[in-house]
Design a protein around this ligand. Structure first.
Ligand code: F6R
Length: 255
């Protein structure tokens, strides 16, 4: 694991965008696993800026998103499909037929999960998976307790996640109760994983996830067992890693 310390959110976003750019430059037809949420917004902004400068070309890139709410139309401004178009897809030259998300409106959940998993497989797997970190250690919608061996599946959202996400909806009642998500197994099969995190409120969970025991109670902790993980965090989120000896032995920490 490599941990890059960024000064602040902007610097984190720039560093993460640099890693994604390097992936696209080294393999123009790569498969990017993408995430939504507040953390990656700055990263996408930076990628869009570099695209406009002529430094990046998405024309051969394929994307697969981590997750999608169940029951929201693509046109709903809270759907992850909408988010991705708003922040990235509509602003760069990625081909519309090369962007993929689970279909939140699929009636047969099991069939949809199977389709998505097979799609990822048929693309040859994910080259670089971008991940945000939930306050309870979730990745995608894999909440504490989720089995490590799961592939894409449909989950019931926990009260905590509904509570955290309600700020985007008119009320907690409007937050969908289910979502499709890549499973931990799907995520772990990505060739490279880039985790981005920022802010003091995630400092404790970041430390637990990367330096605590590997346990389903903290889904992100499984990433310790992946052989190609890069974490980019700002100083605030890395602030709990105070005992240098404790983590320098486990990770390659770069400022
Ligand atoms: C997003 C996702 C979530 C978020 C996580 C952090 O596609 O699957 O796991 O990455 O909830 O969200 P933010 O970045 O809003 O703190």
């Amino acid at each position: 694991m490599i941990i890059y310390e960024a000064k602040d959110y902007k610097d984190m976003s720039r560093k993460a965008a640099n890693i994604i750019s390097a992936q696209i430059i080294m393999k123009p037809n790569c498969v990017l696993g993408l995430a939504t949420g507040s953390t990656p917004i700055g990263t996408y902004e930076q990628l869009v800026e570099w695209y406009h400068k002529g430094d990046l070309d998405f024309s051969k890139v394929t994307s697969v998103n981590l997750d999608e709410y169940r029951g929201l139309e693509k046109s709903n401004d809270q759907s992850y499909d909408y988010f991705m178009h708003e922040h990235l897809f509509d602003k760069v030259n990625i081909h519309p037929e090369n962007v993929n998300l689970p279909d939140g409106m699929a009636e047969d959940a099991e069939k949809e999960c199977k389709r998505y998993e097979e799609l990822i497989r048929s693309l040859g797997g994910v080259d670089l998976q971008l991940l945000g970190l939930g306050h309870n250690g979730h990745i995608g919608f894999n909440e504490p307790g989720a089995a490590f061996e799961k592939e894409t599946h449909c989950v019931n959202l926990t009260e905590r996640t509904i509570e955290a996400n309600k700020r985007f909806f008119a009320s907690a009642d409007d937050v969908p109760k289910q979502a499709f998500t890549m499973g931990i197994k799907t995520i772990m099969q990505a060739k490279k994983i880039l985790v981005i995190a920022s802010g003091e409120d995630k400092a404790e969970i970041l430390k637990e996830a990367f330096f605590g025991p590997v346990t389903p109670a903290v889904p992100a902790s499984i990433l310790q067992l992946h052989n190609n993980v890069i974490v980019v965090g700002d100083q605030a989120v890395l602030s709990k890693l105070t005992n240098k000896d404790e983590y320098v032995t486990n990770a390659d920490y770069r400022k």
